[in-house]
Design a protein around this ligand. Structure first.
Ligand SMILES: O=C(O)CCC(=O)C(=O)O
Length: 273
């Protein structure tokens, strides 16, 4: 049994205020004894290209340290959403970290697929105006088994999820921030599809909607079982989702519907370069 707490918080324009707020908000739910706490994509920075360079931090800076301490202080695993990270060459990345309950960084994922879309008369975003793409598939060990980590638009690529599962991931963590154009149509569908195809738990954590922000998050943080069942889903307001999952469900569904074994790997294969 594994207790998951997803914090669908609002992103404030002051980074310090957001970090303080996260800690205060988390404290309200600690009595539930979460094992893993998850945060949204770009939780310390308004989601727009103007803000990314302004809020970006080197690895180990204020937000990183805050997350490390939070994990250690409250004895939780923290999937620390994602933040704008800068490197020594001043490249910016959309980067997700996971810390264990001792504050050790056990995973780092730089968004691999940048969110560049242009929907006619509707949602336009071009992350590649400011961000560079990461090049690594991220699967990491925990005491509950292996987990995969990717960020928002990354989750649209079924090949990535399948490669994570081939590397042993049993849960896929997705800090995300869908919008009011793609969210209503694609959000649930994607989380259920990836869960059903790969027989894993999928966990998407989004920011609450802020109508004063330039980008309106769809919210709807979600957790789906390996059967494809939505176990819990938020609406758009600030909220925390608490869900207890049973990892045995993965084996049960895989025994009863042996999809991964039934693949015709003699005919096709998916390989990582
Ligand atoms: O894929 C989508 O529709 C939304 C993706 C997104 O917002 C992101 O990658 O940040």
């Amino acid at each position: 049994m594994l207790n998951i707490l997803q914090l669908q918080i609002k992103v404030l324009s002051s980074k310090e205020q957001t970090l303080n707020y996260i800690e205060a908000y988390l404290k309200k739910f600690l009595h539930l004894q979460p094992d893993i706490v998850t945060l949204p994509e770009m939780f310390n920075c308004p989601y727009n290209n103007k803000s990314f360079p302004l809020y970006a931090e080197f690895e180990g800076d204020i937000t990183y340290k805050f997350c490390q301490n939070l994990a250690k202080k409250y004895n939780i695993y923290l999937s620390a959403g994602s933040i704008p990270e800068k490197d020594a060459q001043n490249h910016l990345f959309n980067t997700a970290y996971v810390f264990d309950n001792n504050g050790n960084c056990i995973a780092k994922h730089r968004k691999m697929h940048l969110f560049d879309i242009d929907v006619k008369n509707s949602q336009h975003f071009k992350e590649s105006d400011t961000l560079s793409a990461g090049n690594n598939i991220t699967v990491f060990d925990t005491k509950w088994g292996k987990m995969g980590l990717c960020i928002c638009y990354d989750f649209r690529f079924p090949e990535l999820a399948r490669l994570m599962v081939d590397l042993g991931a049993k849960i896929i963590l997705v800090p995300a921030a869908f919008n009011m154009t793609t969210g209503p149509l694609h959000w649930e569908l994607l989380f259920q599809s990836r869960a059903v195809d790969n027989q894993v738990f999928t966990i998407g954590t989004a920011p609450a909607r802020n109508l004063n922000a330039s980008y309106h998050s769809y919210g709807h943080s979600i957790i789906v079982s390996p059967w494809g069942k939505i176990l819990n889903q938020a609406d758009f307001e600030e909220t925390a989702l608490f869900t207890t999952i049973n990892l045995n469900e993965i084996n049960l569904v895989r025994e009863q519907i042996p999809l991964l074994r039934h693949r015709r790997l003699d005919i096709y294969e998916l390989t990582q370069k």
